[in-house]
Design a protein around this ligand. Structure first.
Ligand code: SAH
Ligand code: SF4
Ligand code: F3S
Length: 473
């Protein structure tokens, strides 16, 4: 039993990050036990978690399990959880209620919870005290240990909570079963050291650790060999890539080296405005295979609130960076994240957020109601904006954001754009994919287009998507 500690999770010491190439091991008895059994996995949260689930799936398949889409028919259930907002928590606790009933009927089913919620001290202690039927809880730092933890569990049949609040290492040899044959997530770094005052991630994911450039390039080269067309470089704060390495190698260098591989499309998320360099912009502008799309969270348009959030930039600095990106990268699309209802956010502060949306006219904005996270600095401030006000502000903001999303899409009408077709669309008889600028497109085309980048002529504009036909001109 190893329970997480908030106090330890805050620490950023001088200890060197270990890069471990052979820490993933499978005990023999585990393999025999799980042969022909089925697992069901549910993933919440960000792309980081989606990619972790790709690792977890591969680990489970390594020990003999196969995936099922039916929870009731499975022998092992894993919830890979997110802690970013209260509603993420609520969804998981709701799900645990359902799983408990299932476990009562089917005693042998193995139930596991992992991910960012497992890293939270308060969640782990609730599970320890009130969810004694839950078999295994592991965190974001020990996914590689899953076969060993399952081995222990089948022997002891006792609940095990194995969560470490350490700064973190890098495990290089964890297997991966990718959800797509065309697009791949590639971690370039783990953790976050920004400690924005509202955010739980630095506590659930540990300190910033950059993977070595050669390990990243090798992974991308293998993906190219396997026929992948697109990679998304993943990190909480990718622009800060390399700052923790003992070299001068930085995100601009990495982007350039990835661009020199044969991969056709490169994306990267998320960019924190603080670390965006001119060198990065030059590299993005120089290489055609780096996509002209940047996700640049602003969070608020009020300098007072930005300061309280610990974001380390002013709205003027953000606008300046935004304009520079637009100048240097032709055709770029820019999306953002915005939080409403941060403690003490006045109507004037909120108006400044609306003003900045009116000024910058984002291609897309992901909008959130502030959610108090236990243990973060902002949790010490009174969460004093009523839910009613928060909802009203969110609604007002969404209306504006949607207006500009549609307006931005207008310029695509009758244009021909490259789309990587990923699969069948929800719209009957159509296929879907994304443009270089990350616009969702529903296309009338042949099934043989799946897995290819094709030219599409845009025929209709919507708020969230574009409709088009294959371009034969
Ligand atoms: N690393 C990324 C963001 C990761 S979390 C960055 O810094 O840009 C994704 C988004 O969730 C954040 O950009 C923020 O808008 C939102 N978010 C994070 N913590 C939140 C909280 N406590 N309440 C509401 N929204 C939050
Ligand atoms: Fe959270 Fe800020 Fe780190 Fe993003 S940069 S993960 S918002 S602490
Ligand atoms: Fe959620 Fe953890 Fe990602 S808190 S947003 S799953 S890093």
């Amino acid at each position: 039993m190893n329970l997480p500690s908030l106090k330890q999770a805050k620490i950023r010491g001088k200890e060197e990050v270990k890069i471990l190439y052979d820490d993933y091991k499978i005990p023999n008895d585990v393999q025999n036990y799980f042969k022909n059994k089925k697992y069901y996995i549910e993933t919440y949260g960000c792309q980081m978690n989606v990619h972790d689930s790709e690792n977890i799936k591969a680990i489970l398949e390594n020990i003999g399990l196969t995936e099922t889409a039916s929870m009731t028919n499975s022998d092992l259930i894993i919830l890979n959880t997110c802690a970013i907002r209260e509603n993420a928590h609520n969804k998981v606790f709701g799900m645990l209620g359902r799983i408990k009933h299932l476990k009562e009927e089917k005693k042998d089913i193995i139930t596991c919870l992992c991910g960012c919620m497992a890293q939270e001290e308060n969640v782990a202690s609730i599970i320890h005290e009130k969810y004694k039927w839950l078999d295994l809880v592991f965190g974001t730092h020990n996914i590689h240990k899953l076969p060993i933890l399952l081995g222990e569990l089948i022997k002891t049949k006792k609940q095990n909570i194995d969560v470490y609040s350490i700064e973190g290492n890098i495990y290089e040899n964890i297997p991966v079963k990718r959800d797509s044959k065309y697009k791949a997530w590639v971690n370039i770094m783990y953790g976050c050291d920004k400690f924005c005052t509202y955010c739980i991630v630095p506590y659930t994911r540990g300190k910033q650790r950059s993977r070595l450039p050669q390990d990243i390039i090798k992974e991308v080269e293998e993906l190219v060999k396997d026929g992948y067309l697109e990679v998304t470089l993943l990190g909480q704060n990718v622009n800060a890539y390399g700052k923790d390495l003992k070299t001068n190698y930085n995100m601009a260098n990495l982007l350039e080296n990835v661009a020199k591989t044969q991969i056709q499309r490169i994306r990267f998320i998320t960019s924190h405005p603080w670390d965006f360099t001119d060198d990065m912009l030059d590299v993005i502008a120089k290489y055609d295979n780096i996509m002209p799309y940047i996700h640049l969270p602003i969070q608020s348009g009020s300098n007072r609130i930005l300061k309280l959030m610990g974001r380390r930039y002013t709205k003027e600095e953000y606008i300046c960076l935004f304009n520079k990106i637009k100048r240097k990268i032709p055709n770029v699309s820019i999306s953002t994240d915005i939080i409403v209802g941060f403690p003490n956010e006045t109507e004037e502060d909120f108006q400044e957020t609306l003003d900045i949306v009116n000024t910058l006219k984002f291609d897309l904005a992901y909008t959130f109601i502030y959610s108090k996270r236990e243990g973060t600095p902002a949790a010490a401030l009174e969460d004093n904006i009523t839910l009613e006000t928060k909802n009203k502000r969110l609604q007002k903001l969404n209306n504006l954001v949607n207006k500009y999303a549609k307006e931005n899409n207008q310029k695509y009408l009758n244009k021909v754009v490259p789309v990587l077709i990923e699969g069948e669309s929800e719209k009957k008889g159509k296929f879907f994919g994304y443009t270089d600028t990350m616009k969702l497109v529903n296309v009338k085309c042949d099934p043989s287009c799946v897995g290819k980048i094709i030219n599409v002529k845009i025929k209709e504009i919507k708020t969230w998507s574009l409709d088009g036909d294959i371009n034969n001109d």
